[in-house]
Design a protein around this ligand. Structure first.
Ligand code: SF4
Length: 449
C-alpha cells in the first residue's frame, strides 16, 4: 500500500502541468521541422526550449522497456535518458536536474500514448540523479491548451503561435517533397532547407511574441520561391504516393528508416499526412463530443450542463475557424509560387468514411483520419498508399485491415510498413516492388485506362 501511494504521488506530482517559466524544456525530436519550430515558439515566449538529439539512445530505450511498449515510447525514452546522461557528464557537479523539464504530450485512450509520460517517469526514477527532472505535458483533451504551463496572459497567444509554426512546418515539408525529386543538383534541396529552417527559427524567435504572422508568411514565401528554383522543370512528373499512419513513425525519419527518401530513390513523389491534420482532428473531435454533451443536457433539461456545453461549443467553433483560417493563409503563401499539395479538411475525411460504413469518428484514434486520408488520396488520383506504423500499433493495424481489401479492389498499390528498430532485409525489395506497381498505375492513368 505504501509503495502504491509512493508511485501515485510520483505520477501526479512529478508528471503534471505546472509553470515552466525559467526551466529548460526538453522536447523530443519528431518531425524535424515541426519539433524545431515548436521549440522556437517556446523560446519566443521566454522558455529556453531545446530539441534533444534523437535515436542515439535507442539501446537505452530498449534496455529499460520490456519490448511490449509502442516503439515511439522506446525511442523517446532513449532520447531523454541519453540526453540527461550526456548533460550530467558534461556539467559534472554543476548538473542540476530541477533546471530541466521534460516535455511529453499525451492523448486520451483507447491507445497507449497517454501512458508514455507516466512510464518514462517510472524509468527516470530508477536513476536517483534524474528524480528531480519533472515531466510536463499538453493534452488532447483540452486541444493542447498551454494555460497550465504558462502564465495566463501568455498561454492563449502562445498556442496561436505554436499552431501557425506547426502549419509552417507542414508547408516546409511539402516544399521538400515537391522539389527534391526534381532537383537539378542532388542534395541541393536538403542543404537549402536546412538553412531555410534556421532562418524561420530566427524569425519566429524575433517576432513570435508579437504574433507578427505577416513577417512569418513573407519569409515563407521567400523560401518557397528560392526552393522552386532548384527544380528542373523538364523532368516528367513521378507517380504520387500518399503516406498515412501513426504520427510519430511517419514523421520521424530515423524511426521509419528514411522511408520518404527511399520511396523517392525508387522513383516516387511523396506526400505524408500533416501535423496540422492531427491538431485539427483533435479540435474537431472535441467539438463533436461537446455537441453530444449538449444534446444529452437538452434531453435531460439540465440548464447548468446545457449552459456549460453551449459555451464550450462556441469556444471550439471559434478555435476551429481560427485554425482553418490560419492554415489557409499559411498554405496560400506557398501555393502562389509552387504547386504543393493542400491539406485535407477533417470534415471531408469524415465524409470519406462513407457514412460510417468504413469507420466512425466516435471510435477515436488516428485510424479515423488515416482511413479517411487514404480514401482522399484515392479520390485525388494518387498512384499508391503507404501505411507507416510501429510494430503492433493498434489503430494502424485497424487501418491496414480496412484499407487493404478496398485498395486491392480499386487496383491501387498499398504497402504496410511496420517498424520496431530492426532492419528488415526485405524492406527495400518491398518498396521497389510497390513502386513498380505505382508506375504501372500511373501509366494506366496517363493512358486514360
Ligand atoms: S497510436 Fe499506436 S504507437 Fe501510438 S500509442 Fe497508440 S498503439 Fe501505441
Amino acid at each position: 500500500m505504501q509503495k502504491q501511494n509512493f508511485f501515485q504521488e510520483r505520477l501526479t506530482k512529478s508528471v503534471g502541468q505546472f509553470d515552466i517559466t525559467g526551466k529548460t524544456l526538453l522536447i523530443p525530436d519528431m518531425s524535424p521541422f515541426g519539433s524545431r519550430l515548436l521549440s522556437s515558439s517556446f523560446r519566443a515566449y521566454g522558455v529556453p526550449a531545446r530539441v534533444m538529439p534523437t535515436y542515439t539512445g535507442l539501446a537505452l530505450g530498449k534496455e529499460y522497456t520490456s519490448g511490449k511498449e509502442c516503439f515511439p515510447c522506446q525511442v523517446t525514452l532513449g532520447d531523454i535518458l541519453h540526453f540527461l546522461q550526456e548533460e550530467k557528464n558534461r556539467l559534472g557537479y554543476d548538473f542540476s536536474p530541477e533546471d530541466y523539464v521534460y516535455f511529453m504530450p499525451e492523448a486520451d485512450g483507447p491507445c497507449r500514448f497517454g501512458m508514455y509520460n507516466k512510464m518514462h517517469r517510472l524509468v527516470l526514477d530508477k536513476f536517483p540523479e534524474f528524480e528531480d527532472v519533472n515531466i510536463t505535458y499538453l493534452s488532447a483533451t483540452d486541444s493542447y491548451s498551454s494555460s497550465m504551463i504558462m502564465p495566463a496572459e501568455k498561454s492563449r497567444l502562445f498556442r496561436r503561435l505554436a499552431y501557425v509554426a506547426t502549419i509552417i512546418s507542414d508547408v516546409l515539408d511539402r516544399v521538400v517533397w515537391r522539389v527534391r525529386p526534381y532537383e537539378k543538383n542532388p542534395g541541393e534541396t536538403d542543404a537549402f532547407m536546412d538553412q531555410a529552417l534556421r532562418e524561420m527559427q530566427n524569425r519566429i524567435e524575433q517576432v513570435g511574441e508579437t504574433r507578427n504572422f505577416k513577417a512569418l508568411y513573407s519569409l515563407l514565401e521567400d523560401i518557397v520561391i528560392r526552393a522552386s528554383r532548384l527544380m528542373d522543370p523538364d523532368m516528367p512528373r513521378r507517380p504520387r504516393i500518399g503516406i498515412i499512419g501513426e504520427i510519430y513513425l511517419r514523421t520521424h525519419p530515423q524511426s521509419n528508416q528514411y522511408l520518404i527518401k527511399e520511396i523517392e530513390k525508387h522513383g516516387g513523389e511523396v506526400v505524408d499526412a500533416s501535423l496540422g491534420e492531427w491538431f485539427n482532428f483533435v479540435a474537431y473531435t472535441n467539438l463533436r463530443e461537446t455537441k453530444r454533451l449538449w444534446r444529452r443536457a437538452w434531453k435531460e433539461k439540465d440548464v447548468r450542463r446545457l449552459y456549460k456545453a453551449s459555451k464550450k461549443w462556441m469556444d471550439y467553433q471559434v478555435e476551429i475557424r481560427y485554425q482553418l483560417w490560419r492554415q489557409d493563409q499559411t498554405y496560400a503563401s506557398a501555393t502562389r509560387h509552387l504547386d504543393i499539395e493542400g491539406d485535407h479538411r477533417i470534415a471531408s475525411l469524415e465524409k470519406q468514411l462513407d457514412n460510417d460504413r468504413l469507420f466512425n469518428f466516435d471510435i477515436g484514434t488516428e485510424a479515423a483520419i488515416s482511413i479517411g486520408g487514404a480514401m482522399e488520396y484515392v479520390h485525388e488520383n494518387y498512384d499508391g498508399v503507404v501505411n507507416v506504423f510501429p510494430f503492433t500499433c493498434m489503430p494502424s493495424t485497424i487501418c491496414s485491415a480496412i484499407l487493404k481489401p478496398i485498395l486491392l479492389e480499386k487496383k491501387i498499390p498499398f504497402l504496410d510498413t511496420p517498424y520496431d528498430g530492426s532492419i528488415q532485409p526485405n524492406r527495400e525489395l518491398a518498396i521497389r516492388t510497390f513502386m513498380y506497381q505505382a508506375r504501372q498505375r500511373q501509366d494506366r492513368r496517363n493512358k486514360g485506362l
